[in-house]
Design a protein around this ligand. Structure first.
Ligand code: PLP
Length: 380
């Protein structure tokens, strides 16, 4: 007989979370996660589902009927977008300017799409002229872009210009809003975004597990009119319609506790007001950015494309990022992150998201960072 391992009751450390996600969770959200479960078809739960959908529409600034939390993390809502909208043989245009554009390409390819690219270096946004040229050359059916690139700290400007180019070519636009929703200005309907997806643990400050997705009617017509079945049963929107649409019939068991948490996180967004929340992220992250520059550090991207929710800063030559992150964790219980992909070893990524976007956290990060840099001989 196999014996149980020798473990103790779980007691995770208390960290200050200032990385690229998860962000810190508001005590009200943690509290609601200990509320008793109800069934996923309980009339009280259906009411909660309706409220989550209404709150999501507000947060996305959309009237899309098709606005739901997908079970799973941000990658699940991302895969739901690509798996449903991309049909075998569709041409999908994706960006090269960060890690998550690469993930879009993998997902589009797995869905049977033909992937083509619009180039921009890591650390820069897409230029509408390059997007227009890529449309002329490849005539894609679907265009994906990343609104807030967590790997580079770049906010994509000119969103309406990009969507106009796509719509002139009758293409569908999928926007990755994982690190923008609830943190920086995002107006799905006004900006002409057809499909937007996000996650909980970034600017919504919700534990990961139920991830926002919104799809407009025009795109849902394409999805419901597919010649081939969506390859994923779990993420097939035509099946999820049974549960999140009018029927409210069983498809899979909703992650009840995660839906409670998302409901409360979105309630906090509504109470604060979306524009106030955008402003808070700009102000608090602005203090972080000023403090980093005050330490003599250089931001990775131009001020024009600065992403308040994710501050990417160049690592000074003399500093070892692995050692720095380890010291911050061990000595200060502080989490920030290093670079991914092309920017590995070149930048630090400091999040300023949701409940973590507080002045006291900024002061703490700056003083801990100054100390850890000094320990490696870096003089501010
Ligand atoms: C975090 C993130 C994702 C993926 O979300 P997970 O919750 O890690 O699955 C996708 N896109 C962007 C821009 C992200 O920052």
């Amino acid at each position: 007989m196999l014996q149980p391992p020798e473990t103790d009751p779980l007691n995770p450390p208390e960290r200050t979370l200032m990385g690229p996600g998860p962000s810190e969770v508001h005590p009200r959200v943690l509290r609601i996660m200990s509320a008793p479960l109800i069934g996923h078809l309980d009339s009280a739960f259906i009411e909660i589902m309706n409220e989550v959908q209404d709150l999501l529409r507000y947060t996305f600034q959309t009237e899309n009927r098709w606005t739901i939390p997908v079970s799973g993390t941000g990658s699940a809502s991302m895969e739901t977008a690509f798996a449903n909208v991309v049909e075998p043989g569709d041409t999908v245009l994706v960006p090269t300017n960060g890690y998550f554009g690469g993930r879009m390409a993998s997902m589009a390819r797995r869905a049977g799409g033909e992937v083509v690219r619009v180039e921009a270096p890591w650390g820069e946004p897409l230029d509408p002229e390059d997007v227009a040229e890529a449309f002329d050359r490849h005539d894609p059916d679907i265009f994906g872009f990343v609104h807030a690139e967590t790997s580079t700290g770049v906010l994509q400007p000119h969103v309406s210009e990009l969507t106009s180019i796509a719509h002139e070519h009758d293409a569908y636009v999928i926007a990755d809003c994982v690190t923008s929703l609830g943190g920086v200005e995002l107006r799905v309907d006004e900006w002409g975004i057809d499909v937007a997806y996000s996650g909980g643990q970034k600017c919504l400050s919700c534990p990961p597990g139920a991830s926002p997705l919104t799809v407009n009617d025009r795109t849902m017509e394409k999805v419901l009119d597919r010649d081939t079945e969506v390859r994923s049963w779990y993420l097939d929107l035509s099946l999820l319609e049974g549960y999140w649409g009018d029927d409210r019939s069983y498809h899979h068991t909703a992650p009840i506790t995660n839906v409670y948490a998302l409901r409360e996180s979105l309630q906090l967004v509504a109470e604060e007001g979306l524009e106030n929340r955008w402003e808070r992220h700009r102000t608090v992250a602005g203090e972080l950015k000023a403090g980093l520059e005050g330490l003599g550090l250089e931001m990775n991207s131009d001020d024009e494309f600065w992403l308040p929710s994710l501050n990417a800063v160049r690592i000074p030559d003399s500093v070892d990022d692995g050692q720095l992150l380890a010291e911050l964790q061990e000595e200060h219980n502080l989490e920030i992150a290093s670079g991914l992909g092309d920017l590995e070893g070149e930048i630090l990524r400091i999040g300023c998201m949701g409940y973590s976007a507080q002045r006291k956290n900024i002061e703490f990060v700056l003083s801990a960072l100054e100390e850890a840099l000094a320990n490696q001989g870096y003089e501010a």
